[in-house]
Write a protein that binds this ligand. Structure first.
Ligand code: AP5
Length: 212
């Protein structure tokens, strides 16, 4: 199955994407994680995108589309994948469509801006795996340590309040129109409320998946 997860920053795309990836046994491909790995590795791409990401802007369509194109052509994507954070602009969605990629399902996670701000401020991340926690809503077993590896967790720089404002603006202006675009083109599409516990949201997604 090839699935696209849409939703505002902090809606729970990464959290639900990871659970779904384990359930469906297909890789979760997070454009944000891929870009953060480039930044951490100090690569040419990383140097190009670092300040854009720190300020909550969007990196160029060409750059991210090329990274995704290469990633989904790998062997582990043969039986499907989950795209988390891509596409994020109409141009990116068109690029995917023109490349002949058949998307089996779009999952749109809906959540209020107020809840997003709460979630971002308490998020802790494990950069190597992309696993995310929340100090209150989804705490790690050991404070500030990843459950599986025991490695330290970090707070993302772009989770600072001022940057979250820019990210939300970019979402509402540039990414949210994708919802209508996909619906008008009659892609298989489900909308899920992102409110409620991680488990509640997950079971709503799984119930809707079974109805498909
Ligand atoms: P990216 O990493 O994709 O960030 P994002 O879309 O802003 O999404 P997040 O990772 O912040 O949130 P999420 O929806 O995955 O939520 P999560 O599950 O972590 O992108 C970062 C940057 O890279 C962008 O700003 C841009 O610069 C660049 N970029 C990436 N892709 C790009 C593209 N295609 N084009 C151009 N630029 C691109 O959950 C958030 C928190 O809430 C966690 O703490 C979690 O534990 C908690 N939580 C989750 N679910 C629940 C729940 N049900 N109840 C309570 N807490 C919950």
């Amino acid at each position: 199955m090839r699935i696209v997860i849409l939703g505002a920053p902090g809606a729970g795309k990464g959290t639900q994407g990871q659970l779904l990836s384990d359930y469906l046994k297909v890789p979760k491909i997070s454009s944000g994680d891929m870009l953060r790995a480039e930044v951490a590795g100090g690569t040419k791409i990383g140097q190009e995108v670092k300040s854009i990401m720190e300020n909550g802007g969007l990196v160029s369509d060409e750059l991210i589309s090329e990274l995704i194109r290469k990633r989904i052509s790998k062997e582990d994507c043969k039986n499907g994948y989950l795209l988390d954070g891509y596409p994020r602009t109409l141009k990116q969605a068109e690029t995917l469509e023109k490349a002949g990629v058949i998307i089996d399902l779009i999952i749109n996670i809906e959540i209020s801006d107020e809840e997003i701000i709460l979630r971002m401020s308490g998020r802790r991340s494990h950069p190597a795996s992309g696993r995310v926690y929340h100090v209150q809503f989804n705490p790690p077993k050991d404070p500030n340590r990843d459950d599986l590896t025991g490695e330290p967790l970090i707070q993302r720089e772009d989770d600072a309040e001022a940057v979250v404002g820019h990210r939300l603006q970019a979402y509402h202006q540039i990414t949210a129109p994708l919802i209508q675009w996909y619906q008008q083109k009659q892609y298989p599409f489900i909308s899920i409320s992102g409110q409620g516990s991680v488990q509640e949201v997950q079971s709503n997604i799984l119930n809707k998946l079974r109805e498909q």
